[in-house]
Design a protein around this ligand. Structure first.
Ligand SMILES: N[C@@H](CCC[C@H](N)C(=O)O)C(=O)O
Length: 281
């Protein structure tokens, strides 16, 4: 099975074109492909392109645990670069349909920089979703393992829980991320960001992704966290998001529409051995 691997500031994805697969990918195949030891290894799979009646292409976004995500910012930036590299697009701007809505991509610098218009962020509980009365989920409380946090929740197609703290560490994300991800408040689970506001134009994140765990960067997380920082009045409308893997620029409109810009790097292309799927490991 042919594959292409890229990373977007350390958030790495494997692109598999459905024309290179005889059947749709099973959950077991997805888990094996993404496994860092027994497979190629990645933070997820970008399965596409498929036809779309809403955009020029459609894309399926698969997490390493086999779950399917509504949207992926870095995944969309990587897939846009793949379409450009494969000459499946002639123009520098094009649209991609995801389960979480239609996005517009713009590639530049021969695909090494990609901007995605990600859609609008919503804080509405019914859209995220978060259990309880319909409301904007702003500055609410959650306790996991006897540790209390104040959080905001948002969706940009996929769900996010943003916790603002004076100091953040990778250990914090690794200790509490899964407990928050799977909390009963969040019927579809949730991506978790621990956010330190550096100034009105810069935030820092540590990220625990739904279905993927600790990652070095996340585009949809950057979009949601920046929108929360702006909604809380802590940041202006152009925010650089600093993550362990690198930085993303987020631009927020008055209606919380998001433009996300960052780099994409090609890592490899190759053929996966069928033996990998047969092995018990
Ligand atoms: N890394 C992605 C997010 C991928 C999907 C996420 N794990 C989810 O399940 O919503 C990004 O860059 O946004």
């Amino acid at each position: 099975m042919k594959y292409f691997k890229y990373h977007a500031i350390g958030n790495d994805y494997i692109v598999i074109n459905p024309k290179d697969t005889s059947t749709s990918l099973s959950i077991e195949q997805i888990k094996k492909i993404c496994h860092r030891n027994f497979g190629v290894g990645s933070d997820g799979i970008l399965y596409g392109p498929f036809e779309s009646d809403k955009g020029q292409f459609s894309l399926r976004i698969l997490n390493p645990d086999g779950s399917e995500a509504e949207k992926s910012g870095n995944g969309l930036r990587i897939f846009s670069r793949y379409l450009w590299d494969m000459q499946l697009v002639k123009e520098e701007q094009f649209t991609i349909e995801t389960l979480g809505g239609l996005v517009k991509s713009s590639v530049s610098h021969d695909g090494k920089t990609v901007r995605v218009e990600m859609g609008k962020v919503s804080f509405q509980s019914s859209k995220i979703p978060v259990t309880g009365e319909p409301r904007e989920v702003i500055s609410e409380n959650i306790t996991v393992d006897n540790k209390a946090f104040t959080f905001c929740a948002a969706t940009i197609g996929n769900p996010h829980c943003v916790i603002t703290l004076p100091e953040i560490t990778p250990e914090l994300a690794k200790q509490y991320g899964h407990l928050i991800e799977t909390h009963e408040l969040f019927p579809n689970r949730i991506n978790v960001q621990f956010m330190k506001v550096l100034d009105r134009e810069n935030i820092q994140l540590e990220i625990w992704e739904r279905g993927a765990g600790y990652t070095l960067a996340s585009g949809s997380s950057s979009s949601a966290a920046a929108a929360v920082a702006n909604r809380l009045g802590l940041c202006d409308s152009s925010i650089t998001v600093h993550m362990p893997g690198g930085n993303i620029l987020i631009e927020i409109s008055e209606d919380f529409s998001i433009k996300m810009t960052g780099s994409v790097t090609k890592v490899a292309e190759g053929i996966m051995s069928e033996e990998m799927f047969i092995s018990e490991q």
